[in-house]
Design a protein around this ligand. Structure first.
Ligand code: ADP
Ligand code: ZN
Length: 735
């Protein structure tokens, strides 16, 4: 179709046809200008459809109606193709997008994709059919059908979504529908969201909690106020920030709670429901498209009152946000490691600033960065010093593995085994913590010494006995465990080196055969349903000993769990990473915090070869302030964050020499800047990842230096081919 005729160009501004500058969702494109057709009323933030070549794409109006007309003749501008029936993205969120793009050196389009995560959410079908298992077993049960039903595990979704989950073709699922094993469910993607009631079941708070809740609630509606809610494990931080949410609801505003781990949302949802009478709105990558659409729309319209989500929920277009809570704010999972490499904790504070609202960072073991912000007066601190209902903090003791070693080929010291036995006899639950999935971290051939390495990564293949395979924890590559060594051909020569949680579970089974154990890792708890089943089994007393990774350190509350054993406290300290000590301290403190949360006291045994190490000494003596002070001092001396700034430039390519060459060119082009030091290039810590060779350049700068600006100019002066990727990690978590 021919474009409508344009009026002749004129000098008078009033006669110029309105224009709009659009930011699209395509990261390869910069902002583009379009003509706004007659009758379309756009404003900054409007979500529009713009033609690009033969295609159409979604975009957001960034500026409207005030563009100079010299750049492009009006005649050459194409008209916008349409406008979506959703509220314009409000100014504070647009500012957040700009800030995120600037600060983390990411394309604005990539940030905007988190605001408009799928066009289906904007304009998908309102009525659709989903399917769910009926529990009926089809007469003809092929292995494929059987596997599909097992994987679906009761889940509901469209045929497409279920086919994705079960990794089978649509035809297999249609066959299951015909056989009566799946039944259709009509879904109204526009149905109303339940409305939480702030007065549904308010708890009786103790004095300390009441004071904290009062101080937080009073800040709702009073402007930007970043607060560190610093309370020991089991002190009732959740109950306290729930009161701030209640006040937010009373004022008719929306609240957002960011959680570090989606697998753990189920227990949280239960608790929320008990307090507010209905579940909050969830936002994470596991949503079905109908849920995604409904929740996004509810958030944008203001109907969704409380949203609980992973870090990406931070960029949604809340109509009327009044509060952001970052729960377990010290967790490294809040740092996104690919795409836009933002830190959700820090970005949450920025959103709070732009929205002019209260932001609560809740943690029993705050990051050094967060504590520092309190010290320099940028964040307020609200403290809960006591466990709720008189529960005592657990007693913590170190077990010196050089004095009391486990027998050869075993990992649990005799004293710890004795404690497990005693706990079992007393009918109380225990937890063994080891931050290693699988059976053994390394497999080698006893005959020739061959080690199994991932073909795509600089990493060992980890043996998983439960699923009978070797797996790479970085790229997901799997292989069956070979009968013979691929190098020398020797049969049955493979030996497992070192322990993973599965091996500890075997050891427990041998030593305490009557104990009922459960392994808790991302392999076994991969969905909210699984987490709910685990919680139910713990609460029902069906589990005596849990063996788990960092997944069990988070948020759980089991009153009958009284003993925690840390299998290898030295593990996290190896490697000398900037945050190794802090991370170890947080992790062990959190896992220790699972013990003795009810009326029975808890005890914690920490196995280590070096119990005098500062981290372990601080844990045993309970001197958290001393540990933080020493660690902060060390950071200060080395001008490390938060006293100095870091950025990592990572160059990757399938071809090793290509990656090296580009990294070297970038290294040579490094500008001389006062207060900035450049290290490398050198192979990145994972020198090969997913088949790409990686080189890293580290930038260490003075706090006051605008390091983003320097890096932007620096990289603009270097060119590289399309097969090479260069990404910048500002404030990298590990260093
Ligand atoms: P934290 O997040 O600080 O570790 P939680 O908020 O999980 O602590 O509280 C620990 C346990 O104590 C939870 O089971 C919680 O329901 C309970 N609890 C805390 N405060 C109260 C209260 N005022 N009334 C009733 N139960 C409470
Ligand atoms: Zn790999």
């Amino acid at each position: 179709t021919a474009p409508p005729p344009n009026p002749p160009p004129s000098r008078g501004r009033a006669c110029e046809p309105p224009r709009a500058r659009i930011v699209t969702l395509n990261a390869a494109l910069g902002p583009l200008d379009y003509r706004v057709p007659d009758g379309m009323n756009v404003e900054p933030g409007s979500v529009v459809v713009a033609p690009l070549g033969p295609r159409q794409m979604l975009g957001v109006v960034w500026e409207a109606d005030r563009l100079p007309s010299e750049e492009v003749g009006d005649n050459r501008l194409r008209p916008l193709a349409g406008m979506l029936d959703v509220r314009p993205i409000a100014a504070p969120l647009r500012r957040l997008c700009e800030w995120t793009a600037d600060y983390y050196l990411a394309p604005l389009a990539a940030v905007l994709r988190m605001v408009l995560p799928s066009s289906a959410a904007l304009d998908g079908p309102r009525q659709l059919t989903e399917y769910r298992p009926t529990g009926q077993i089809p007469d003809r049960l092929t292995p494929q059908r059987e596997r599909a039903l097992a994987t679906l595990d009761g889940r509901q979704g469209t045929i497409r979504e279920l086919a994705d989950i079960a990794q089978v073709s649509d035809a297999v699922l249609r066959g299951l529908v015909n056989a009566g094993a799946l039944e259709p469910v009509a879904v109204d993607a526009d149905r109303l969201l339940a409305c939480p009631n702030p007065d549904y079941a308010a708890p009786d708070l103790n004095d300390e909690q009441a004071a904290a809740a009062q101080s937080l609630s009073a800040a709702i509606g009073q402007g930007f106020d970043p607060v560190l809610l610093d309370g020991v494990t089991g002190s009732g931080k959740t109950e306290v920030y729930f009161e701030a949410i209640a006040e937010c609801l009373r004022q008719g505003r929306q609240a957002l709670v960011l959680l570090p781990e989606i697998a753990l949302t189920e227990p949280f949802l239960k608790r929320f429901e008990a307090r507010f009478g209905c579940a909050p709105v969830a936002w994470h990558s596991g949503l079905r498209s109908s849920e995604r659409r409904r929740n996004w729309r509810g958030i944008a319209s203001g109907e969704a009152k409380v949203t609980v989500g992973a870090r990406s929920a931070l960029f949604l277009p809340y109509r009327n946000l009044g509060l952001i809570v970052v729960d377990e704010a010290h967790e490294p999972t809040f740092k996104q490691e690919d795409g836009v490499q933002y830190h959700a904790r820090d970005t949450a504070v920025m959103r709070g600033k732009f929205e002019d609202i209260l932001v609560i960072l809740s943690s029993a073991t705050p990051a050094i960065e967060s504590r520092h912000m309190v010290e320099i007066g940028r964040y307020r601190e609200v403290t809960l010093a006591q466990r709720f209902a008189g529960a005592q903090l657990p007693s913590i003791r170190a077990l010196d593995l050089t004095q009391d070693p486990p027998p050869r080929g075993r990992w649990l010291a005799p004293e710890l085994v004795g404690e497990l036995e005693a706990n079992l006899a007393a009918g109380e639950q225990s937890l063994l913590f080891l931050n290693r999935r699988g059976f053994a971290p390394l497999t080698l051939c006893r005959h020739c010494g061959h080690r199994f390495q991932c073909p795509n990564c600089t990493a060992w293949m980890v043996e998983h006995r439960l699923t009978r395979r070797l797996a790479c924890h970085h790229c997901g590559h799997v292989m069956p465990p070979p009968q013979a060594c691929p190098e020398c051909g020797e049969e049955d020569s493979l030996v497992a080196c070192g322990p993973g949680v599965e091996r500890i579970a075997d050891e427990v089974a041998e030593l305490l055969p009557e104990a009922r154990t459960a392994i808790v890792t991302s392999d076994t708890i991969w969905s909210p349903q699984r987490a709910a089943e685990f919680v139910a089994a713990m609460d029902g007393g069906e589990i005596d000993i849990v063996i788990g990774t960092q997944l069990v350190t988070k948020g759980y509350h089991f009153p009958n769990l009284t003993l925690v054993g840390v299998v290898d406290a030295d593990l996290g300290l190896a490697g000398g990473d900037l945050r190794a000590a802090e991370r170890s301290f947080q992790q062990i403190q959190q896992v220790a915090g699972r013990a003795g949360r009810g009326d029975k006291p808890g005890r914690v045994l920490i196995q280590s070869h070096d119990p005098e190490a500062p981290v372990i000494a601080a844990l045993v003596s309970g001197d958290a302030p001393g540990f933080y002070a020493a660690e902060t001092e060390a950071r200060k001396d080395a001008a490390m964050p938060p006293f100095g700034r870091l950025a990592a430039i990572v160059v990757s390519a399938e071809d090793a020499s290509e990656a090296e060459a580009v990294a070297r060119r970038i290294g040579h082009a490094a500008p001389e800047v006062d207060g900035m030091v450049v290290f490398g290039p050198a192979p990145a810590p994972l020198a090969m990842l997913r088949g790409r060779h990686r080189q890293r350049i580290l930038v260490h700068a003075r706090r006051s230096l605008d390091v983003q600006d320097v890096i932007r100019d620096w990289l603009a002066g270097v060119e590289w081919g399309s097969k090479t990727r260069v990404s910048v990690d500002v404030d990298p978590y590990s260093f």
